[in-house]
Design a protein around this ligand. Sequence first.
Ligand SMILES: Nc1nc2c(c(=O)[nH]1)N[C@H]1C(S)=C(S)[C@@H](COP(=O)(O)O)O[C@H]1N2
Ligand SMILES: [Mo]
Length: 307
Amino acid sequence: MLIRQKPVIRSFQITPEHNYLNRRDFIGSTALAGTSLLFAPGCAGADDKTPAANPEVNSFEDITRYNNFYEFGLDKEDPAKLSGAFNTSPWSVTIDGEAEITGKFNFEDIIGPHAIEERIYRFRCVEAWSMVVPWNGISLSNVLQRFKPTSKAKFVAFETVYRPAEMPGQRRGVLDFPYREGLTIAEAMHPLTLLATGLYGVDLPGQNGAPLRLIVPWKYGFKSIKSIVRISFTETRPYTTWSDAMPAEYGFYANVNPEVDHPRWSQARERRIGSGLFAKKQPTLMFNGYGDEVASLYTGLDLTRHF
Ligand SMILES: Nc1nc2c(c(=O)[nH]1)N[C@H]1C(S)=C(S)[C@@H](COP(=O)(O)O)O[C@H]1N2
Ligand SMILES: [Mo]
């Protein structure tokens, strides 16, 4: 049996954060996507693995104490405070729909033989704040391919665990639980799309979506569904919690797009968490800065209508 965070060095627990970041050297070439993308504009270089050169990377505290996870409440502090009773081991995920291999698989079988990589991704919430997070995980495509989706699989749907006894926000019914999200098959198979199992080299804390969650760095945060228990290959577009509950406010695609305002606020700028309450907002980049990699997924689509 495999342990959860196999090759990533779990140094965060025993060394200061800057040493951990230096050790990204050892993690090596598999981490290239996030690193090269994040630091490509102007600041790539030999020294880019230290926090001094990478001031953008948020602290472990920022990432684990300022969360959206409505299953635990509406306030940013609720998930960290109220997820103590959330039990994520053992964990299983049901794979169903348009695939040759379906069934219920335990966490280790979902991860399979793949090495856990580190990917540093920008993260942009629709609420106009952002962070930079060193995630650990594997490309979702590596996982999905092993279940042999059929030619009818046009979308991939995801569902969060429904456990009101452990999740106080579910008892209050603040959203249409279980939380559900979906991607086109092309989005799901894109190499940037990450199935995350950890951050800063440790297993995901409950508040960040333990034990496994989606990270889609060019989309608003709400697409990055947490604590996944079901992955379904579908022929038609699946139900998605935010865009189906509030279609005027949240679209199915949810690509980061500074040119399309949320009906109640602008999407043109963002506040980087950790940069201080009075720090100036910075401009938001189209596709959250990942346009070179992903814009081709949307050719021919009117992104002001399909937002
Ligand atoms: N199951 C579930 N997944 C979720 C959410 C949620 O409320 N429930 N919130 C989303 C939103 S709006 C954001 S911004 C991110 C926040 O992820 P983080 O807390 O790890 O930063 O998770 C997304 N995934
Ligand atoms: Mo969000």
